[in-house]
Design a protein around this ligand. Structure first.
Ligand code: ADP
Length: 976
C-alpha cells in the first residue's frame, strides 16, 4: 500500500486486526488442518497395513486353531477306532454266544438277511448280515462281535462327533450302534466290501493296516454326508473286517458354520480332492454355489455315493487355481477375487483326513472399521473445518464489532478534538476542556485547549503587534511615498528581495517582475559585475558604499546614485543589503551644464587672462622706455630746470602707478590662469618690513601720518613665504593704510605668533569701511571711495588675498566706518631659520679704468627702445663700451669677433632665443667663461631660478633699474 494512500480509521484498525491477528491465525489453523489430514491419511495407511497384517495373522491363527480342533477330535475318533478294532480283534478270537435279548431279536428275513428286528431297552447295536452272502452266515462271529456292544455304546456316548460305531465284515456283516432299522436302510443284497469305508482299509488300500479316514460319502445308513474313521481287523493275514466310527459332516459343519468368524467372514471345509465339505450360506453367496445339504434317501443306497463335481472347489473357474496353491503348503494365506471383490483366504490342513479348513474374509470388511474410523475422522476433520469456519466467522464478526467499537472510541474523541481544532482554527481560541476516557486523547484535548488559549493570547498580542505594524507600515508607506528614492533589499547574490518606491516608472521592470530576479538580468554585464563587486566589497568591509549608474527605467534612461549598505544578520554576517537609489539625472544634467559653463568660463577667463597678459606685456615695453628715459633724465636732474624736474617727477609717478597697475593685472591674470607660482622659503619679516617702510615713510610723512615704528614684536620672526610676494602684500596693506587714513592720522604695525602662525597687523585711524561693503573689498576692481579722492586700482587687495592664499596664509579685515580699519595677514611661522640669499649686490662703487682697458658689453636685443635705454644707462660708466645685436645669430658672431666681457641677452628673441644663445656660448671653449646676463619681462621667481640654474650669471627684469644694472656690471667687470 502506498504510504500516502488515505484510509478511514475503521479501515485501518480492521486491516491491522486482519494483518496482526486473523491472517496468522488462519494460516496456523490451515497448517494444523493440513497436518491433521496428512497425519490422518498417513495413520490410515499405517493402520491398514497393521490391520492387514493382524488380520492375516489372526486368520492364519484361527484356521490353524480350527483345523487343530478338528484334527484333535478326528484323532480322538481314530484312536477310539483303533481301540475298538483291538477289542473286535480280541473278541473274534474268543468264543461267545448270543445273549437272550439278542437271541430274541435276531432272525432271517425273506431275502435271507440275518438282522435285528428291534432294539433292546437299554440300547443295543443293529445287525445286518447281507442276503447276498456267498457263504453261510457266521453267527458265532456275530455273537462274538455283539459282545462289544457295550464298548460301542460307550464310544458313541463319549465321542461327541461319532454318529455311529460299526463293524463290517468281509462277508457283509454289519454291526452298528446305535440301533437303526437296518431293513429299511440297507439293501438286502448289499455287499459291504464294495463300499469305500470297507475297501479303503483293505490290504490294497491300506497295506500298513492303520486306522484311516474315508472320503466323504453319502452314508448308506441314512446319516447323510459323512466320513468314517476305519481300521482293518485282521485274523492273521486274513482281513476279517473293518471297524469304523462314522462322523457325519453335519456335526463338523455345524461347528464350522457356527464359528463366529471375525470381519464377517466364513469358514469352509474342503476335502482332499477339492470337494466342498462344509460351506455356510454366506459362503454360498460369495462363491455362488448352493451347498448340497440334502440327499434323497427314498431309495436305498447300493453303492458309494460322492458329492457331484460342481461342489469341487478345484473345478470352479474362479477357484481352480487354488488346487495348486492349497496343495503346496499345509497352511497359508492368499488373495482371491470373488464376485469382483478381493478376499483373504487362509487355509490349514487337517492331517488325519487331508481336508483343508479355509477361512474367507472380504478384504473390505477387514478395513471396514478402519474405513469407518477414517470416515469418522474425515467427518471430524470436516466438522473441525466447519467449526473453524464458523468460529472464524464469529471471530471475524466479533473482531469487526471490536474494530467498530475501537474506531468509535477513538474516532468520536478524535471528531471532538477535530471540532476543537476547527473551532480554534476558526479563531474561537478559548474552548472548554473536554474529557475523554482514553488518556492520550484526553491529554491531546487538554493540550489543544491550552494551545488554543496560548494561541488566543498570542493572537491578541499579534493583533496588537499587527496594529502597530500597520501603523508603522502606513508611516513607512507615507515615508516611502514622500521620498523619491527607490529602496531595495538585495541578497548576496544580487537577487531582489524587496522593493519600495512611490513611482514604479523608476524601475527597469515592473516591481513584481523584478522580485526574485537578479541584478545580472537587469544590468548590462559590465555594470552587473561592478555591482556584484561592490556587494562583495560591502560584505567584506561592512561599510556602506556609494555607486552611480545609468539605467533604462520604464520611463526613460536615468542616472541614479545608489547607497549600498549592509544589513547585519543575527549571526553578525552580511547577507542582505539595502540599496537606496536616488534619481540624480537632474543633478547630472546640472553638473554637466555647470561643467560646460565652467569650461566656457575657463576658456573665457583664459582668453581674458591671455588678453590681459599680452596687453600688460605689450604695455610694459613702452612703459620701460618711458620710465627708463625719465629715470635717465632724473639721473641728470642737476642740468634741468625746477619745472622740468617737477614734470619728470610727475611722469615717474604716473609711470610707476601705471607699471604697478600693469604688474598687478598681470599677476592677477597669471593667478587666475594658474600660471603664477610662488617659491616658499623662510623669510624674516623684519627686513622686509624695513624695506616696505622705506617706501611708505615718505608717503606717510607727506600727510603727517605717524607710523608706530616700534617693530620689536616683528624682530626675529620668520615665516614661510615668497619674499617678493610678501613684500608686495605688506606694501599694499601699508600703502592702503596711508591712502585711506586721515591727515595726521596714525598707523600701528604689530607682529604676533599664535598656534604656529605668524600674524602681521596693520591698523589705521582712517575712514573705515561700512559693514555692508566690507565683503566687496577683496573683489577685483572694487573701490568704495570715489576714485577722485584716493587714487588706486581696486585690485590690490584682491591680488594680496590670492598671493597670501598661495603662500598658505590668510588675510582678514575688521573695520569701523569713520574710526579706522585693521588688516592682518597670517602665515605659517618658521621655527628654524635657514636663509641663504641667492645673490647679493655690492653697494660699493668701482675704481675707474683706462680707455684701452675699456670693458665690452654685448647686448642682444630685438627691441630698439630697450637697446637705447640700456645704452644710455651704460653710458653713465665711461669704462664700459656697449656693442649691440638685434638677433641671436648676429650676437654670436659679435661674441666671436669682439670677445665681450659680459653678454646681456633678451630671453624673448625672434628666432634663436636667449637660452639657445647661452647654450652655444657655454659649449664653445672660447666663450664659455664670458658671463651672460638674462634680461626678461618675465619676473616670475621660478623663471628667474630657472635662468640662474641653466647658467645665466644673473637675471634682470624689465623695466631695468639703472642703479641695479650698473652695480651688477661693476661687480662682474671689476671683481673678477
Ligand atoms: P585701491 O586701494 O587701489 O583702490 P585696493 O584693492 O587696495 O585698491 O582697495 C580696495 C578698496 O578698499 C579701496 O578702494 C578702499 O575703498 C578700501 N580700502 C582698502 N584699504 C583701506 C583702509 N585701510 N581703510 C579704508 N578703506 C580701505
Amino acid at each position: 500500500m502506498k504510504e500516502n494512500q488515505k484510509m478511514s480509521l475503521m479501515n485501518w484498525i480492521w486491516r491491522s486486526f486482519l494483518r496482526i491477528a486473523l491472517i496468522p491465525l488462519i494460516a496456523v489453523e490451515l497448517a494444523f488442518i493440513g497436518i491433521y489430514f496428512f497425519s490422518n491419511d498417513w495413520a490410515n495407511d499405517v493402520m491398514m497395513k497393521l490391520f492387514k497384517d493382524e488380520a492375516q495373522e489372526d486368520l492364519l491363527h484361527m484356521v490353524s486353531r480350527e483345523s487343530k480342533v478338528i484334527t484333535m477330535q478326528l484323532d480322538s475318533i481314530a484312536k477310539t477306532t483303533n481301540l475298538y478294532r483291538k477289542e473286535v480283534e480280541q473278541s473274534i478270537m474268543e468264543g461267545a454266544t448270543f445273549s437272550e435279548k439278542d437271541q430274541n431279536r435276531l432272525r432271517y428275513s425273506d431275502e435271507g438277511v440275518f438282522h435285528t428286528t428291534h432294539n433292546i431297552k437299554e440300547g443295543g447295536a443293529a445287525v445286518f448280515y447281507s442276503g447276498a452272502k456267498t457263504q453261510d452266515h457266521n453267527l458265532q462271529k456275530l455273537a462274538r462281535i455283539l459282545t462289544t456292544q457295550g464298548l460301542m455304546k460307550h464310544i458313541y456316548k463319549t465321542e461327541s462327533y461319532a454318529t455311529a460305531v460299526y463293524f463290517n465284515s468281509h462277508d457283509s456283516l454289519n454291526v452298528i450302534y446305535p440301533y437303526i432299522d437296518v431293513m429299511n436302510q440297507f439293501n438286502p443284497q448289499t455287499i459291504i466290501p464294495r463300499f469305500n469305508f470297507y475297501y479303503e482299509a483293505d490290504q490294497e488300500h491300506n497295506p500298513d493296516r492303520k486306522t484311516k479316514w474315508t472320503d466323504v460319502y453319502l452314508d448308506p445308513a441314512g446319516n447323510g454326508w459323512m466320513a468314517s474313521s476305519i481300521s482293518p481287523v485282521y485274523k492273521g493275514d486274513f482281513l476279517e473286517g473293518v471297524v469304523g466310527i462314522d462322523v457325519t459332516l453335519d456335526t463338523i459343519t455345524s461347528r464350522i458354520l457356527d464359528l463366529d468368524m471375525p470381519w464377517d467372514g466364513f469358514g469352509m471345509l474342503v476335502g482332499k480332492d477339492g470337494t466342498i465339505l462344509a460351506l455356510p450360506q454366506k459362503g454360498e453367496v460369495v462363491l455362488g454355489i448352493d451347498e448340497l445339504n440334502e440327499y434323497d434317501y427314498e431309495e436305498q443306497i447300493y453303492t458309494n455315493t460322492f458329492k457331484p463335481g460342481k461342489f469341487n472347489l478345484y473345478n470352479q473357474d474362479e477357484t481352480q487355481h487354488f488346487a495348486d496353491i492349497l496343495s503346496e503348503a499345509k497352511q497359508g494365506l492368499t488373495m482371491a477375487k470373488f464376485n469382483g471383490k478381493e478376499h483373504f483366504l487362509a487355509w490349514s490342513t487337517i492331517d488325519e483326513t487331508g481336508w483343508k479348513f479355509i477361512s474367507v474374509v472380504d478384504e473390505d470388511s477387514i478395513f471396514q472399521e478402519l474405513f469407518v474410523l477414517d470416515r469418522k475422522l474425515m467427518k471430524i476433520g470436516a466438522l473441525m473445518i466447519f467449526g473453524l469456519i464458523l468460529f472464524y466467522l464469529m471471530f471475524f464478526l466479533f473482531l469487526y464489532r471490536r474494530a467498530q467499537k475501537l474506531t468509535y472510541s477513538i474516532s468520536n474523541p478524535l471528531y471532538d478534538i477535530n471540532k476543537l481544532v476547527q473551532e480554534i482554527g476558526a479563531g474561537r481560541y478559548y474552548q472548554n476542556d473536554e474529557s475523554f476516557r482514553i488518556e492520550e486523547l484526553d491529554e491531546t484535548a487538554t493540550s489543544i485547549t491550552s494551545m488554543g488559549k496560548t494561541l488566543g493570547s498570542a493572537n491578541e498580542e499579534l493583533y496588537k503587534a499587527q496594529e502597530k505594524i500597520k501603523a508603522k507600515e502606513s508611516d513607512l508607506r507615507a515615508l516611502v511615498s514622500s521620498i523619491d528614492d527607490v529602496i531595495m533589499i538585495l541578497d548576496e547574490n544580487g537577487k531582489y528581495i524587496n522593493i519600495w518606491t512611490n513611482d514604479e516608472s523608476k524601475l527597469s521592470r515592473p516591481k513584481d517582475e523584478l522580485l526574485d530576479d537578479t541584478i545580472e538580468s537587469v544590468f548590462p554585464e559590465k555594470d552587473a559585475l561592478f555591482f556584484m563587486a561592490t556587494i562583495r566589497d560591502v560584505q567584506e568591509t561592512g561599510q556602506p558604499k556609494t555607486v552611480e549608474y545609468e539605467i533604462d527605467t520604464l520611463a526613460d534612461k536615468r542616472w541614479f546614485q545608489g547607497r549600498l549598505a549592509p544589513i547585519v544578520e543575527e549571526s553578525g554576517e552580511y547577507q542582505h543589503f539595502v540599496l537606496t537609489a536616488r534619481d540624480i539625472t537632474d543633478l547630472k544634467e546640472l553638473q554637466e551644464s555647470l561643467r560646460r559653463a565652467k569650461e566656457e568660463a575657463e576658456q573665457a577667463n583664459k582668453a581674458k587672462s591671455d588678453f590681459l597678459s599680452s596687453m600688460s606685456h605689450e604695455l610694459r615695453t613702452p612703459m620701460n622706455a618711458i620710465l627708463g628715459f625719465t629715470q635717465l633724465l632724473d639721473y641728470d636732474k642737476h642740468s634741468l630746470t625746477q619745472s622740468q624736474r617737477e614734470n619728470i617727477e610727475e611722469i615717474l609717478k604716473a609711470g610707476n602707478h601705471l607699471l604697478t597697475l600693469i604688474n598687478e593685472i598681470l599677476d592677477l591674470a597669471r593667478i587666475e590662469a594658474g600660471k603664477l607660482t610662488v617659491s616658499i622659503e623662510s623669510v624674516e619679516i623684519y627686513p622686509v618690513l624695513e624695506e616696505v617702510l622705506g617706501i611708505i615713510n615718505p608717503l606717510a610723512s607727506k600727510r603727517d601720518i605717524t607710523i608706530d615704528h616700534n617693530l620689536d614684536s616683528c624682530e626675529g620672526l620668520y615665516v614661510y613665504a615668497d619674499r617678493t610676494r610678501l613684500k608686495q602684500v605688506l606694501l599694499n596693506l601699508m600703502s592702503n593704510a596711508v591712502k585711506y587714513n586721515q591727515d595726521q592720522g596714525e598707523i600701528r604695525i604689530k607682529c604676533t605668533i599664535k598656534n604656529s602662525k605668524a600674524q602681521f597687523l596693520v591698523e589705521d585711524t582712517g575712514l573705515g569701511i561700512d559693514d555692508k561693503e566690507i565683503d566687496q573689498i577683496f573683489e577685483p576692481f572694487t573701490r568704495i571711495l570715489d576714485e577722485k579722492i584716493v587714487e588706486g586700482t581696486g585690485i590690490g587687495l584682491t591680488l594680496s588675498k590670492q598671493l597670501v592664499a598661495l603662500m598658505n596664509g590668510t588675510i582678514s579685515v575688521k573695520s569701523e566706518l569713520g574710526a579706522g580699519s585693521k588688516f592682518w595677514v597670517e602665515l605659517p611661522s618658521v621655527e628654524t631659520i635657514n636663509t641663504e640669499p641667492v645673490y647679493e649686490v655690492d653697494s660699493e662703487l668701482h675704481v675707474p679704468l683706462q680707455q684701452d682697458q675699456k670693458k665690452k658689453v654685448l647686448y642682444i636685443e630685438d627691441n630698439l627702445a630697450n637697446l637705447h635705454l640700456v645704452q644710455k644707462m651704460i653710458a653713465h660708466d665711461s669704462q664700459i663700451e656697449m656693442i649691440s645685436a638685434m638677433n641671436g645669430e648676429i650676437g654670436l658672431k659679435l661674441v666671436k669677433t669682439h670677445q665681450p666681457d659680459i653678454v646681456l641677452v633678451d630671453l624673448n628673441l625672434p628666432g634663436m632665443d636667449g637660452y639657445e644663445i647661452l647654450s652655444v656660448l657655454k659649449n664653445d671653449d672660447s666663450t664659455k667663461d664670458i658671463p651672460v646676463i638674462a634680461v626678461s619681462a618675465n619676473a616670475i621667481p621660478q623663471e628667474i631660478e630657472k635662468g640662474i640654474a641653466v647658467g645665466f650669471n644673473n637675471y634682470l627684469t624689465n623695466p631695468i633699474d639703472v642703479t641695479a644694472l650698473l652695480r651688477l656690471l661693476q661687480k662682474l667687470l671689476y671683481e673678477k
